[in-house]
Structure formats: C-alpha cells, structure tokens
Design a protein around this ligand. Structure first.
Ligand code: ADP
Ligand code: ASP
Ligand code: MG
Length: 410
C-alpha cells in the first residue's frame, strides 16, 4: 500500500469545524487507496499560550519541563482528530512521539531526531486505520519528552515520510503555497509553483516561517517530495523538489525578513591564535546556535568579533561571553536586540553578477542603513534596524520584481 503523509498546522486544526474539514480531506485520500499518516500541530495559538503560562510562573523555566508542557498541545489535537475521524465512520488511532519511538537527542526545546520506529504505524495501517501522529515531539533515550523547536511539526512529517517511504509529504497550512515573500508582509508577493530544496532551505533558515528548515534538510537528504498547500481551498500549492525548470534563469526567487535576532560584538579581543576557538567553545557549551560570524583585524594585536543569535538564546550567550571576555582580553562587549535580517535568495546568483549591487542600491534609495552583510553562494543578507525591516523587504522585492511571475520579469 502506498503511503501519503498529510501534516496539518495549527490554524488548520484550530476548531471543531477545521478539524472536520481536515478529516474529510484525509478520508478522501484513504478512499483513493492510500495509507494515510496524519501529523497534527497544536491547535491555533495554543503553543504560544503554553509558553506564556510557563513564563508567568518562571521567567527562566527548566527546558525539560518546557518540553513536557509544550508537547501537550499536540497530544490534544491528535486525539481530537482521531475522534473526528471515528465520528465520520473511519477507524483511526492517535499516537504521541514516544508511542512511535521518535527518538531524539536530549537537547530540550531544540532536539534532533535520531530514529523513528515504523512498525507500529505499519501495523495500524495494515488494519485499515488512519494513523495520527503528534508533531513536534519525541522522546530521548531516558524516556524524557523532547520537542524539535518551534514550527517542528513540519520536520516530524517529512521525517516520517522518509522513514515510511511515503509517496509524498503534504503540508496543509493557512496559505496556498510558498510565495516569493511572506504575503502578509509584502502584499504583491507571487505564488511559486515549484522551488528547489536549496532555495527553500535558505528561505526557511532566514525567516520564511512557512516551513521548518530542518524539514527541508530532511526532504533533500531522503528525497521526499514536499507539497505545501492550503487546508482551506482545493488548489495546487508549491512543490519543493530537487530540480526546477529554468532554475538558473531566475536570479532571485524569494526574499525574507528574519526577526527575533540579537547581535553580540566583542570589541578589541587579543589578536592571537586560539581566541576565536575559546569564545565559540564557550557558546557551544551553552548550546547557543551562532550565525553570521564576522571577525575583522583592527591592528596587529587587536580584533573585533561579532555574531548573530536567536533572541531566545541571548541570556545564555551573554553569560557565556561574560565568562570568557577576560580570558581573551576583550575591551568591551555590545549587544543589539533591535536588529532584523533581510535576505534575497536564488540559485541563479551562482551565475549572475550585480545582484549585491542591486540590493544595496535598493536599500540606499529606501534610506535604510545596513548594519552588516553576510552571503552564501545563493543568498545575500543585510542586517538592518528591526523598525526598517518591512520597508527594506518591500524595496528589495520591487527591485527584483518579486511581484511578477518568473516569465513576466524583465
Ligand atoms: P502552520 O501553523 O500551518 O505551520 P505557519 O504559521 O507556520 O503555519 O506558516 C504559514 C505562514 O507562513 C503564513 O501564514 C505566512 O504568513 C508565513 N510565511 C512566511 N513566509 C512565507 C512565504 N515565503 N510564503 C508563504 N508563507 C509565508
Ligand atoms: N506547535 C508547535 C509550534 O507552535 C509546533 C508546530 O506548530 O509545528 O511551534
Ligand atoms: Mg508552521
């Protein structure tokens, strides 16, 4: 029996009517002869509410307890989903991450999947049941509940599709596909029919919250075709896959804003071998993920070093830097928590020149100051004041014609 994995995000299971609509879609797929594995997220804004509840009691809640709490949102939605299917006359069973042996490492609140047990799912499918798995959660080797990071249900779905050898992984959400920019922020954004994993990974990693970046990594690695589509309307969405026709002809496919960032700078660090290693070893020990590291020599014996982190890691990063700053003879430390990054992404950048100039000109004309610039082979990112990020996004979208389909661009 061919298997299809269908993932429903928070807004798609927000209330009874939406769960029924999602359940109908699942039954239609089962009636076409597929084994259906559903992955559901917590309903509506429930995860945000649980985070707020935790912070009300403890401004720095233990991460293990956070996972224990946040995983309850998904447990509710999967059991309700199974009840809806039962009421519609279809046999179904809901399972938690622990019950399918979704084994992760022990890094609470951002755990990574190590292995998934497929046997139990196959058994239930063979009995004609629809299997509904709680997204976002796993269990570590000591049976502690873990979570995969905000938005992590996408990763549960793609990892399950890979493990089960599914025909495809459908991500049902509140937009009808991937757009050239967040359609809530840039109204002129256009829907893409297809996008390759490499571009989608950069977009997701730099702020396109429509997909969890690790879901894309997993899809690329295990060859899972991902179809992002609307849970509300029956239209074709966007296919995320390896090759997209005329990929190199399109220079920029999308643009993003990444918020909730902070920048830490160490000014006047001793310019001697081993200091960068010392600083980043401390940050790694504090489990802080670091991006956009920039080091510049200011004299023969001093250097400046800065890096970006997620704002949720700011307290841990600051503490790690405070512990090490004496050892590396740092003159002063600065922190910016009002910063955002605006990025443009496109595989065509590999073979076209002038992209950076065009982006910087657009920002200059919009009177947006650039704090720092980082690039990859297929991305250019500019850190700007958070207050100016939307203006900056609009300017780059217009200059790269992201309000036009690829064939209409000049
Ligand atoms: P779900 O709850 O279904 O997982 P998310 O809120 O995580 O949904 O993702 C969907 C949202 O992602 C959309 O409402 C949209 O505002 C946002 N988004 C950001 N960038 C993009 C983009 N490039 N294309 C489509 N949606 C985007
Ligand atoms: N419920 C979790 C969150 O809100 C996971 C997800 O929605 O993918 O982040
Ligand atoms: Mg999501």
């Amino acid at each position: 029996m061919e298997i299809v994995v269908q993932k429903f995000g928070g807004t798609s299971v927000a209330d009874a009517e939406k769960i029924r609509r999602a359940a109908k879609r699942v039954i239609e797929t089962a009636e076409r002869g597929f084994g259906v594995v559903v992955v559901a997220s917590a309903r509506g804004k429930q995860t945000d509410q649980l985070v707020a509840d935790a912070l009300e009691l403890n401004p720095n809640p233990p991460k293990r307890e956070m996972d224990q709490l946040l995983s309850t949102g998904e447990q509710q939605s999967v059991s309700l989903f199974a009840m809806a299917l039962d009421a519609m006359g279809h046999e179904a069973i809901s399972l938690t991450g622990g019950q399918i042996r979704m084994v992760t490492d022990s890094v609470h609140t951002k755990a990574r999947i190590k292995s998934i047990g497929a046997e139990r799912i196959h058994e239930h499918l063979a009995q004609g049941k629809i299997v509904i798995v709680a997204g976002f959660q796993g269990i570590d080797e000591n049976e502690n509940i873990t979570t995969l990071g905000r938005g992590g249900s996408d990763t549960t779905a793609v990892a399950l599709a890979a493990t089960l050898g599914a025909r495809c992984c459908e991500i049902y959400t509140d937009v009808n596909g991937i757009y050239s920019a967040d359609p809530r922020v840039f109204k002129g954004a256009v829907k893409l029919d297809q996008i390759c994993y490499d571009e989608m990974l950069e977009l997701a990693s730099f702020g396109a919250s429509v997909m969890h970046p690790r879901a894309i990594e997993c899809g690329k690695k295990y060859d899972v075709e991902i179809h992002v589509r609307s849970s509300g309307e029956d239209t074709e969405g966007t296919i995320i896959t390896h090759e997209v026709p005329q990929m190199e002809g399109v220079v920029v496919s999308g643009a993003t804003i990444q918020r909730d960032l902070a920048k830490i700078g160490l000014v006047g660090v001793d310019n001697s071998p081993g200091n960068a290693a010392r600083i980043f070893a401390h940050l790694a020990k504090a489990k802080v993920v670091v991006n956009d590291i920039i080091q510049t020599e200011i004299s023969a014996d001093k250097a400046n070093l800065s890096f970006m982190i997620e704002i949720s890691d700011l307290a841990a990063a600051k503490e790690a830097v405070d512990q090490i700053k004496g050892e590396v003879n740092c003159d002063s430390v600065f922190v910016r928590d009002d910063i955002a990054e605006v990025s443009v992404v496109g595989v065509g950048m590999r073979s076209h020149y002038g992209v950076a100039e065009k982006m910087f000109n657009a920002l200059a004309e919009a009177r947006v100051n650039i704090d720092s610039i980082t690039t990859s082979e297929i991305r250019i990112s500019c850190a700007v004041d958070e207050d100016e990020a939307e203006k900056a996004l609009e300017a780059v979208c217009v200059v790269f014609e992201l309000d036009k389909s690829a064939v209409q661009r000049s």
